[in-house]
Design a protein around this ligand. Structure first.
Ligand code: HEM
Length: 379
C-alpha cells in the first residue's frame, strides 16, 4: 500500500518536473524567437515577456507613445501582448506609411471587425479592393458634393427644431446629436434617414453610445489580444454589449433584404447597399469565390455606419465644448457667422472660404482634441 502511494507520488513528481521543463523550454524558445524578430524591427522598449509594454500604457496611451518617440525617434516598435507593433510617430513617417500599398490592410482584431468570422480585414488585398470600391460608390452617391450638403442642411433643420423644443432650458445635446449626425451616413448607406424615435434609430444610437464609451480601451485591448480570445470575449458579451450589436446586425440584415427585393438593376443605385449588391452580382458571375458576399456587405455597412457616425459626432462635441471653454472665440465665430451667413438663410459649405477664424478654430480642434490619438492598426 505504502509503496503504491510512493509510486503515484513519484509519478506526479515526474509529471510536474516534465511540465516545468517544457514550460521553461517553451519560454526560452519564445524569448529567443522574440529576440530574433525584434532584431528585424525598428528599436523600441522591451516591456514584459508575454505582455509587452501594455502594462505601462496607463490612461493616456498617446502620451506614453509620444514620450517613447522622444527616445526612439519617429519609427519604433512596441510589443502589445503577443504582437509587435511598429509605431509611426511623425507626419513624414505617417505620410510615407499611408502611401505604401503594403500597409493598407487591417488586422482582424480591431474593433471594426470583432464579431465577424471572416472579415475582409483578414486580407490586405480584399480590404484595399473593398476600400477602393466603397469610395467610388460613395462618390457616385454624392459624398462630398452638393446633393449631400442639401441633405445635411435638412437634417440640421430637424436638429434645430429639437433644440428649440427645449425652449431655453438646459438639455443634453448629445442625445439629439447622435441621431442627427448619424442620419447623414444612413442616407448614403441605407438610402434614407430614421426618425429620432424610430426603434431602429434607437438601436443604432445605443450601439454608437456603446462604441463611443468603450472604443479607446477596447481598441487597445483588441489590438493586442489573440483573435480567439477577442472572439470568445465578444461572444460572452465581455468586451462589448453583444445584445446591442446583434440588434443592430438584425436591422442591417433586414435593410439589406428589403433592398434586394426593391432594387431595380437597370436604375441608378440609390445607396451603398444597392451599389454593393450590383457589384456583388457581377463579381459572383465571374468568380463564385469572390470576397464580395452578403456577409461582407453587412460588415461594410456596419463599418461605414460606425466610422461615419462616431468620428463626426465626437469631433462636433469637442467643438461645442471648446466654444464653451473659450467663450471669446465663440463670440468671434458668432460674429463671423452673422457677417458671412446672416440670419436669413442656412449656411453652405462654400461659406467656409470667407470664414477664416471659424475654419482655423475647427482645424485647431482636430489637432488639440484629436478623435483618434492612437490610430487603428494596419498591417
Ligand atoms: C470628423 C470626421 C472624421 C474623422 C476625424 C475621421 C477619422 C478617421 C481616422 C483617423 C481614420 C483612420 C485613418 C487611417 O488609418 O488611415 C478613419 C478611418 C475611416 N473612416 Fe473616418 N473620420 C471622419 C469621418 C468619417 C466619415 C463621415 C466616414 C464615412 C463615410 C468615415 C469612414 C471611415 C472608414 C470606413 C475608415 C477606415 C478606412 C480604411 O481602413 O481604409 N470617416 N477615420
Amino acid at each position: 500500500m505504502v509503496s503504491n502511494i510512493l509510486s503515484i507520488y513519484d509519478l506526479l513528481l515526474n509529471l510536474v518536473f516534465i511540465l516545468l521543463i517544457t514550460l521553461i523550454v517553451a519560454f526560452i524558445t519564445y524569448l529567443y524567437n522574440e529576440y530574433k524578430v525584434r532584431q528585424l524591427l525598428p528599436p523600441g522598449p522591451l516591456g514584459i515577456p508575454l505582455m509587452g509594454y501594455q502594462p505601462f500604457f496607463g490612461k493616456d496611451l498617446h502620451k506614453v507613445v509620444t514620450k517613447l518617440g522622444e527616445k526612439y525617434g519617429s519609427v519604433f516598435t512596441i510589443q502589445m501582448g503577443f504582437k509587435n507593433i511598429v509605431v509611426l510617430n511623425d507626419w513624414e513617417a505617417i505620410k510615407e506609411g499611408l502611401h505604401n500599398d503594403a500597409l493598407l490592410g487591417r488586422p482582424k482584431t480591431v474593433l471594426f471587425t470583432v464579431g465577424n468570422t471572416n472579415s475582409s480585414a483578414s486580407s490586405p488585398h480584399n480590404w484595399q479592393d473593398t476600400r477602393r470600391f466603397s469610395l467610388q460608390v460613395l462618390r457616385d452617391l454624392g459624398f462630398g458634393k452638393g446633393s449631400m450638403e442639401n441633405r445635411i442642411t435638412d437634417e440640421i433643420r430637424i436638429l434645430i427644431k429639437h433644440v428649440d423644443e427645449a425652449n431655453g432650458r438646459r438639455f443634453n445635446i448629445h442625445k439629439c446629436l447622435t441621431p442627427s449626425i448619424s442620419n447623414n451616413i444612413c442616407h448614403l448607406v441605407f438610402g434614407h434617414r430614421f426618425d429620432y424615435n424610430d426603434p431602429k434609430r434607437v438601436a443604432f444610437d445605443l450601439m454608437l453610445e456603446t462604441i463611443s464609451k468603450k472604443s479607446i480601451i477596447t481598441t487597445a485591448f483588441l489590438s493586442a489580444a489573440p483573435l480567439w480570445l477577442t472572439k470568445r470575449m465578444y461572444s460572452t458579451g465581455a468586451i462589448n454589449s453583444r445584445k446591442v450589436f446583434e440588434t443592430v446586425a438584425g436591422v442591417i440584415r433586414s435593410e439589406i433584404s428589403s433592398h434586394k427585393k426593391s432594387m431595380n438593376p437597370n436604375n441608378k443605385f440609390r445607396d451603398y447597399i444597392d451599389g454593393y449588391l450590383a457589384e456583388m452580382e457581377v463579381r459572383q458571375r465571374k468568380d463564385p469565390n469572390t470576397h464580395f458576399t452578403p456577409q461582407k456587405l453587412a460588415e461594410m455597412v456596419r463599418i461605414l455606419f460606425g466610422a461615419g457616425s462616431n468620428a463626426v459626432q465626437d469631433s462636433i462635441e469637442w467643438l461645442l465644448l471648446l466654444c464653451v471653454r473659450y467663450s471669446e472665440h465663440q463670440k468671434r465665430i458668432h460674429e463671423e457667422i452673422d457677417s458671412v451667413v446672416g440670419r436669413d438663410r442656412s449656411p453652405c459649405y462654400a461659406d467656409r472660404l470667407h470664414m477664416p477664424f471659424t475654419q482655423a478654430f475647427i482645424n485647431e480642434s482636430f489637432r488639440y482634441k484629436t478623435k483618434l490619438p492612437f490610430n487603428f492598426m494596419r498591417w
